[in-house]
Design a protein around this ligand. Sequence first.
Ligand code: 2HG
Ligand code: ZN
Length: 508
Amino acid sequence: MYAHRFALETAMAGYGFGFERVMNCAIGEVMSITKPIAPLLAELEDLLGPVGFTTDPHDLAPWLTDWRERITGSALALVSPATVEQVSAVVKLAAAYAVAIVPQGGNTSMVAGAVPHGRALLLSLRRMRAIRRLSPEDNVTICEAGVILSDLHDAAAAIDRRFPLSLGAKGSATIGGLISTNAGGTQVLRFGNMRAQLLGIEAVLPDGQIFSGLAGLRKDNRGYDLAQLLAGAEGTLGVVTAAALRLVPAFAARSVAWVGLDSPEHALSLLRMLEQQLGDAVEGFELVPDSALQLVLKHIPGQRAPLASQPAWNVLIETTAPAGAPDPNERLEAALATAFEQGLVSDATLAANEAQATALWTLRENISEAERQQGGSVKHDISVPISQIATFMAETGPALAGHFGGASVISFGHLGDGNLHYNVLPPEGVVAKQWLDSHWDVVNRFVHDRVSACGGSLSAEHGIGEMKLAEFARTADPARLAALRAIKAALDPTGMMNPGKLVPLALN
Ligand code: 2HG
Ligand code: ZN
């Protein structure tokens, strides 16, 4: 679909897999010239064996297209090392043969952050799935990069702890991918994003060295923080192989409510009121417009609307309580009753048990999937100062509809973080795919310009990947871009790590 803009490859056929010239334009340097590929593949096969190495197109195919099915790439091979030493050996071999490395976890990126192109090895971390340590004394876990998020949730629960980050893709997203994108999700309000959970990292740097920082120290001021540098780096500075992550106490009880209201302004007032009354018991506060709920009810089997009244806006609220604290249901119910009297809330239901609580979260967590089944959208993952959200929404939606012939917006998500998924759907009656292809860039620019005018960000939690690279380059402060490029060039001078993602090409 998209031409690959960053790796120029000139095949010089005739020698086994051919000679290729690779220019990594992401940092504007020639990575290397002319090396045959066949001996590299033979060495990788020797190193990793049949379980860890394949060039079979059927094995590669599922991992070459991004989750949104907009970009399909290619790779020389899929390599799946089982240890950090093997990752290091793979990186050294790739460097010696001037081949790029594209690390991949669950392939759930919303911005095509892990699609390889051309002369690249797709490096899957999915075989590195050990939870090396779970310590209730330290409140720390050491997890390998391929651990699936929901498996970590289960493991922490077994020792009466919690890993306090969750999101819709928890059944397939991996710890390495979550770190590499500095993922957010639905508990950032109380616990912060992935960077806030990170106490240390093990990673293979572009020269093949293994950096091991897994002591799980809560304080460590030895200069630049490599763990935080690799978090959100999208695999462009090295391969995250394991991490030390913080755990928090398990809660004794939770209360989950689905609340109907008239406007995002009311939702924000409700959040501030709940924070006053319930403090940091408020863990989740997710904005869901009726349009998003209707898509979920249409496309996801077995769902039903939580409220009979069909309000224009909803919020999903979760509060928790530790052992011995007052019943969170009673506290939330009382707070919502006050909100009702104040005219902030029009309708509400509280989950009566865990099954109902899970059913309410299922509605929220399936918005992306429902939108995908509807035919997709031009997605935006924006953040603006919280106080400007309501105005931003009130002005941008009608302006978009006017400008783009009835295009509509589904705007949902993490209101308390100032982070909206501001997704633009094609007008009624057009062929969705055609409309999306022809309007993608112009709709992006329209929305991002308004976000920039508010001092906001075009990527709150999904990263830049390949899909947002051009817009990032267009809108970013030159000083930010210069620093990004300098860091990239210092740690990965040949540009072999996930080229064409995150770091825009310098135009001289
Ligand atoms: C969510 O909050 C995810 O559900 C996905 O970040 C957002 O699909 C989206 O736009
Ligand atoms: Zn989100």
